[in-house]
Design a binder for this molecule. Structure first.
Ligand SMILES: Cc1cc2nc3c(=O)[nH]c(=O)nc-3n(C[C@H](O)[C@H](O)[C@H](O)COP(=O)(O)OP(=O)(O)OC[C@H]3O[C@@H](n4cnc5c(N)ncnc54)[C@H](O)[C@@H]3O)c2cc1C
Length: 540
């Protein structure tokens, strides 16, 4: 994996001067054939070229914040405010290339520990300041947009200084981490004690423990390690009404599980300052392998069978025909040609790539697990592409955001969205979303994969590539996203792991009902009576 990416980079994932993703000429030719000529190329505008309104933080409020965290940790300079303005969705990135009005916070506040977070919230209540908790700022649903709501000003509460491993209980296998610890740091800190979280989303390099918990994130190995909320054993939440600690036992019948109210609360109820997490021993052996199945129906049915017979690998990722074609086209080279010849010779006309990855304490354990999985794969007519295909996916699994930067620079509209459904609806949902997305563009490539599978259903993750509209690039994507969200409504969830943020808030009511919305609003009123916490997120 590359070194940690600065979480303040907002216009791109790739740091200035670093090696942006390399798109081979062959890949560009292929893309142009499929989507036509991309729109106008557009590079990231340097910060000096962006319009930033003056901070409207009142002097007495600023003074009170400084009293809590120290003068150096209340930042109102243009550059600091810009570097915490918004997340990393396609539209967020586009706004740094074709600037309109950027929602920029009035100040960035950097508390040092949970007590300072609590005291900052008290100041914000007193001065009626909106608070946007900010971890890695990788939200792709408008979760960290600096929305002021009806408040006097809006501050971003950057948790980067809460970067400690608080405790490890090796007997119970629980570690408590502060909220600002980023993915790779968490793994380093835990590895010193022989443990891992096993939570590796594609945004791992930047995203934080607090962000994972606040959004119910799912990592690439979720089939083996579980989703992030499955790992949470306890939380410490700073709310405008005081500190709230939850989680004294592995399971409890003492009423509804309120930890799960804090997990997924997206900063709308308070600030997660510490998270207790189930950890596991660092695996000693890893084995990643590629397979090919003929056609989506056969391949998706195989993943269902694996899930329902307890034979899922820790990483289970199935690409549909379009995504498989793109993977092969973008990688290029003699190996791709050899794979294509091999598949043709074996009569595979609609290849779907399946990546399986196992992580364990011994080769024997992996061999046992692979044997059962292998039997089911063979029964479905799957062909093995061997370890090389699996390793190639593992090595390239953080390349996506860098490739997106390169495509954005070239004038391509490139965005992802995700959902999940029960098995009986998975195919209908996939068809509905693909149709909605395809109908939104003159020509496009719409790809889909399953990367999180359960006994009862699976996630669906879509990637869209199209020529970017020159006249109205933002409207072009907003219309496509609306069509896809409406197609999802009633068939699946509006988000399997990206969360609600501002972008999905209009669709939440359809999913959880009016009563569900009232329950969330009541919980918010109980801990945040004046509504300072992350206005417009989750509850709208
Ligand atoms: C390229 C890319 C790839 C991605 N891949 C994945 C993936 O594989 N799996 C996945 O699940 N997600 C993925 N995401 C989405 C995103 O990374 C996750 O939602 C992640 O969990 C956010 O973590 P963060 O620290 O960046 O949070 P932020 O973006 O900073 O915040 C996200 C939300 O949580 C709130 N929040 C943050 N910290 C706290 C806190 N301490 N207390 C209370 N609220 C808080 C924020 O206010 C905001 O509403 C991806 C995003 C990008 C850009």
């Amino acid at each position: 994996m590359s070194e940690l990416v600065d979480h303040r980079l907002r216009g791109a994932w790739t740091p200035e001067g670093a090696d942006a993703a390399h798109l081979p000429a062959k890949a560009m030719r292929w893309l142009t054939e499929r989507i036509g000529n991309p729109g106008d190329p557009a590079r990231v505008i340097p910060p000096a070229g962006l319009r930033v309104p003056e901070s409207s933080l009142a002097a007495d409020a600023e003074e009170a914040l400084r009293d809590v965290v120290g003068a150096a940790h209340v930042q109102t300079e243009r550059a600091e405010r810009l570097s915490r303005a918004g997340g990393l969705s396609y539209l967020d990135l586009l706004r740094r290339r074709h600037p309109g009005e950027l929602p920029v916070p009035d100040a960035v506040v950097l508390p040092a520990d949970p007590d300072e977070v609590q005291r900052v919230l008290e100041v914000c209540v007193r001065f009626d300041l909106a608070v946007v908790p900010f971890g890695g700022g990788t939200s792709v649903v408008g979760g960290v947009r600096a929305a002021r709501g009806d408040k006097a000003a809006v501050i971003v509460l950057d948790l980067v200084r809460l970067d400690r491993l608080v405790s490890v209980d090796p007997v119970s296998r629980i570690a408590v981490l502060q909220a600002g610890v980023r993915g790779p740091q968490a793994e380093e800190l835990l590895a010193e004690h022989g443990f891992t979280l096993g939570h590796i989303p594609q945004s791992h390099e930047r995203a934080t423990i607090g962000g994972f918990a606040a959004t119910r994130s799912a990592g690439q190995a979720s089939s083996g390690y579980g989703r992030f909320e499955d790992m949470v054993t306890g939380v410490r939440l700073a709310t405008p009404c005081g500190q709230w600690r939850l989680g004294v036992a592995p399971a409890s019948a003492a009423g509804p599980d309120l930890r799960q109210l804090a997990v997924g609360s997206e900063g709308a109820l308070g600030v997660l300052t510490e998270v207790g997490l189930r950890v596991r021993p660092v695996p000693k052996v890893r084995r990643y392998q590629g397979y090919v199945l003929d056609g989506w129906d056969t391949a998706a049915a195989l993943v269902r069978r694996l899930a329902q017979s307890g034979a899922l690998a820790d990483v289970t990722r199935l690409s549909d025909e379009d995504e498989t074609e793109v993977s092969l086209s973008l990688s290029g080279g003699w190996k791709t040609a050899a794979v294509s010849r091999y598949l043709k010779a074996r009569g595979v006309s609609r290849p779907c790539l399946l990546i399986l990855g196992w992580e364990a304490q011994s080769t024997r354990e992996i061999a046992l697990r692979r044997a059962e999985t292998g039997r089911l794969v063979r029964a479905a007519g799957g062909l093995s592409l061997g370890k090389a295909a699996g390793e190639s996916w593992r090595k390239g699994r953080f390349n996506g955001p860098r490739q997106r930067d390169a495509l954005l620079d070239l004038g391509v509209c490139v965005e992802t969205l995700e959902t999940a459904a029960h098995w009986s609806s998975v195919d209908t949902l996939r068809d509905a979303v693909r149709t909605a997305l395809r109908d939104s563009f003159d020509s496009s490539v719409v790809m889909c994969h399953i990367s999180h599978a359960y006994e009862t259903g699976a996630s669906l993750y879509f990637t869209v590539l199209a020529a970017r509209s020159v006249e109205d690039p933002e409207g072009q994507w907003l219309r496509a996203k609306k069509a896809a969200s409406e197609a999802i409504t009633g068939l699946g969830t509006i988000s399997h792991h990206h969360a609600v943020g501002m972008d999905h808030a209009p669709y939440l009511g359809e999913e959880i009902g009016e009563i569900g919305l009232s329950v969330l609003a009541a919980a918010k009123a109980a801990v945040d009576p004046t509504g300072i916490m992350n206005p417009g997120k989750l509850i709208g």
